[in-house]
Design a binder for this molecule. Structure first.
Ligand SMILES: *[C@@H]1O[C@H](CO)[C@@H](O)[C@H](O)[C@H]1NC(C)=O
Length: 296
């Protein structure tokens, strides 16, 4: 064989190996059969799709949201898709008692907890829609009351639920899975309160992860770093058609999170561009700031 052919073959095989390595996460769908899963919130559409993915894989699920009618629909569909059990708790995770009721219900229904999937946006949603996509800058509208409410639902309640669930998760060598965002890794104008909550989730849950590892506790923590996902919210509120077109499918996003939790990934990046963006912020923050200023 000529040297050129040899060289090309080596490069090709190398590329295939990298591709396989990149896609191989050791995910075993069977590992979810009978697993007990609490998923909070589905306003965004991602929680609902996660419920269906866990259902298809034969898990036992408990979902939470504020609207009981919607919960009943999702529970019925989850059962028809193959969930071994499907329950719900109607409540607002911004309230401590509703967080307690959720974990208590999981304990009563399942007797154990394998997965705590934190995903809700709760009562912060209506105003978030109004502010998130076309809202004013912090400087123009320093709404500290909203900031406190937002952090209560999107940060404090996540911490509360994880704390309540930890004793159960330790017994089952369970998993905590947190839906976050690229805005939990990079700054962005006009979404200060959202970035604040998501960066803080990274701080809390990454610290909790190393604490648990240091104490040799077998509870993993997975942070899902999502980019723009084609949720109903995005379809309804993002005016720029071109931007909506680039949004990634909700079911794929949900599956990426389910896989990441099951394989105990530290972080899940979906779509792929959230990964180089995160790296760029870590390595060259000023360069990233300039890009953000130019494209936002
Ligand atoms: C961000 O906030 C500034 C100042 O309030 C405003 O002029 C601008 O239109 C906002 N940007 C977006 C995308 O809404």
């Amino acid at each position: 064989m000529s040297r050129l052919a040899c060289g090309s073959l080596t490069v090709l095989l190398g590329a295939v190996a990298v591709g396989i390595y990149w896609n191989y996460d050791g995910f075993d769908p069977e590992s979810l059969r009978g697993a007990t899963v609490v998923i909070t919130g589905f306003s965004s559409g991602i929680g609902e799709q996660m419920a269906y993915q866990y259902a298809r894989l034969g898990a036992k699920i408990l979902i939470t949201a504020r609207r009981e009618e919607r919960l009943k629909e999702v529970v019925a569909k989850a059962k028809s898709l193959g969930a071994q059990e499907a329950h719900y708790v109607a409540g607002d995770m911004g309230k401590a008692e509703d967080c307690e009721r959720t974990i208590q219900t999981a304990k009563e229904k399942f007797g154990r907890l394998d997965y705590l999937v934190l995903n809700h946006v709760g009562s912060s949603r209506p105003k978030m829609q109004e502010k998130l996509l076309t809202g004013p800058s912090w400087d123009q509208d320093p709404d500290t009351d909203y900031f406190v409410d937002f952090l209560n639902v999107n940060l404090v309640s996540y911490v509360r639920l994880a704390s309540l669930a930890l004793p159960l998760l330790k017994e089952s060598s369970g998993r905590i899975v947190v839906t976050s965002s690229i805005w939990g890794k990079i700054p962005w104008p006009n979404v200060t309160y959202y970035c604040s909550a998501k960066f803080a989730l990274d701080g809390f849950f990454s610290s909790l992860r190393v604490e648990l590892m240091k104490a040799q506790q077998d509870v993993s923590v997975t942070l899902a770093i999502l980019g723009l996902i084609k949720t109903q919210n995005v379809i309804d509120h993002v005016k720029n058609e071109e931007v909506v077109k680039t949004a990634a499918p909700v079911d794929e996003a949900a599956m990426a999170i389910v896989r990441g939790g099951a394989t105990r990934a530290r972080e899940v990046y979906y779509p792929f561009y959230t990964w180089p963006t995160t790296i760029l912020r870590a390595l060259l923050p000023q360069v990233l700031d300039n890009i953000v200023i130019n494209i936002s």
